[in-house]
Ligand binder design. Structure first.
Ligand code: PMP
Length: 424
């Protein structure tokens, strides 16, 4: 009887298997055969959760009751204080919505908001598939120059002018996944002006804000507080992706959206894990230990990412030096002729052949809303022991000797990638 059921073709709504899952299987197979593998595919923080936050989780492990759907009141208040302190904008505690990861909150937002979703590309892998899942087709806005991956006021303005009265949601992510780039205050102010002119709601995905290498992250909410929803969470700066905790902060003018999302949340996940929310209070308090941890994490990342970027530039890739997070998005189109001679004419083929021939796992441009022909890849330089690196990242310079000691596997993978591309 059971086999009869499995042979039925059930009406399933879904998407194709993501590029990460497919390459993961190849990685596992190579590892099982004893071949080298460089895991630069999944964007997971290499750093451990700070001790103080783990201790808080331990302390609250027995909390078992469901919490209010919007989140633990103490956490909402702490996130409000955190945003005031970090980005200098007043988001009231009652405007904070806590969820099981910012990704889930983004999905709820797409369920509830019926305007046009505008996504500058390259963009994080899940924004567009989430829109597709709720039956909508996002507007992807490509950059206007090759390898200058940030969007501009002109591009946003042209998108809005096509139908000025249409409600819109712009997703802006900085420091950016996949490029590692960010916007400076002037660029944000100019984008804010266009958003205000056309009444665009901005979802400001600042999940990597704390990982700005110089600790100088600026939020667009400073220039457009009334129309900006700020998204943050524990996954990246606190190394706690698997804990699943994210937060959105809404300005009073968008409170109807927060309430709509909370209504959907109450019918789906009910509330976010109670012990995790209690531990998150400690994280967002940003005590001296956590500030020290963040300072070390930023220094390690800056040293590593800039070193890799320089090596990639030297091999002929197009690239901007990164300013935050743990990603790079080299564009190998200057080497297109040589790659084509080996039958490599797309980012997908580039990533596939690279993995099969060197064990370096990266994601192709197409995963980030870019044309399949774009010969660009995302490198997530996270395959190292972040705990050891942070412990040893004292006051001294984090030079190549430090990287050779702590991130040798990442550098080896990048060198393999470079040799492979250069010798095509
Ligand atoms: N935004 C960006 C840009 C991301 O890279 C990620 C995770 N990779 C998320 C949102 C989602 O993070 P989480 O659901 O873990 O909060």
């Amino acid at each position: 009887m059971a086999s009869q059921w499995t042979s039925l073709s059930l009406p399933v709504r879904g998407l194709a298997m993501s590029a990460t899952v497919a390459s993961q299987a190849t990685c596992e197979q190579r590892a099982a055969e004893g071949l080298p593998v460089y895991r630069f595919g999944l964007g997971q923080s290499p750093f451990p959760v700070p001790d103080a936050v783990v201790a808080a989780l331990r302390e609250h492990a027995a909390r078992k009751d469901y919490l209010p759907v919007e989140g633990l009141p103490a956490l909402r208040a702490e996130v409000s204080r955190y945003l005031q302190r970090r980005i200098g904008v007043d988001y009231p505690a009652k405007g904070v919505l806590v969820g099981p990861g910012s990704k889930e909150l983004m999905f709820l937002l797409q369920v509830c908001y019926y305007g046009e979703l505008v996504i500058p590309t390259p963009a994080w892998v899940s924004y567009a598939p989430q829109a597709t899942l709720v039956g909508r087709w996002p507007t992807l806005v490509p950059p206007d120059r090759p390898a200058a991956w940030r969007t501009t006021p002109e591009l946003l303005s042209a998108t809005c002018a096509a139908d000025p009265d249409r409600p819109r949601l712009l997703v802006l992510n900085y420091p950016n996944n996949p490029t590692g780039g960010t916007y400076d205050a002037d660029e944000l102010a100019a984008l804010a002006e266009v958003a205000r002119r056309y009444g665009v709601v901005v979802l400001s995905d600042e999940i990597y804000g704390e990982l700005h290498f110089e600790g100088k992250h600026v939020s667009i909410s400073r220039f457009y507080p009334e129309g900006t929803i700020v998204s943050t969470g524990l996954s990246k700066w606190c190394g706690a992706g698997g804990w699943r905790l994210g937060c959105f902060a809404f300005p009073p003018a968008l409170d109807h959206l927060r309430r709509a999302m909370a209504a959907v949340a109450s019918e789906t996940y009910t509330s976010t894990s109670a012990p995790i929310q209690c531990a998150a209070v400690t994280a967002f308090e940003l005590g001296p230990d956590i500030e020290d941890y963040l300072g070390r994490a930023r220094r390690v990342l800056e040293s590593l990412m800039v070193t890799i970027a320089r090596r990639l530039l030297a091999c002929g890739a197009r690239l901007e030096l990164p300013t935050g997070a743990f990603y790079l998005y080299p564009d190998f189109s200057p080497l297109a002729e040589r790659l084509a001679a080996r039958g490599i004419t797309s980012g997908d083929l580039l990533a596939k052949r690279l993995l099969a021939e060197t064990g370096v796992m990266v994601l192709p441009a197409s995963a980030f809303g870019r044309p399949p022909t774009e010969l660009a890849l995302r490198i997530a330089a996270v395959d190292f022991d972040g705990g050891r690196a942070i412990a040893d990242a004292g006051a001294g310079p984090l030079d190549e000797a430090f990287l050779d000691q702590h991130c040798a596997h990442v550098l080896e993978g990048v060198d393999r990638l470079i040799d492979w591309v250069a010798n095509t």
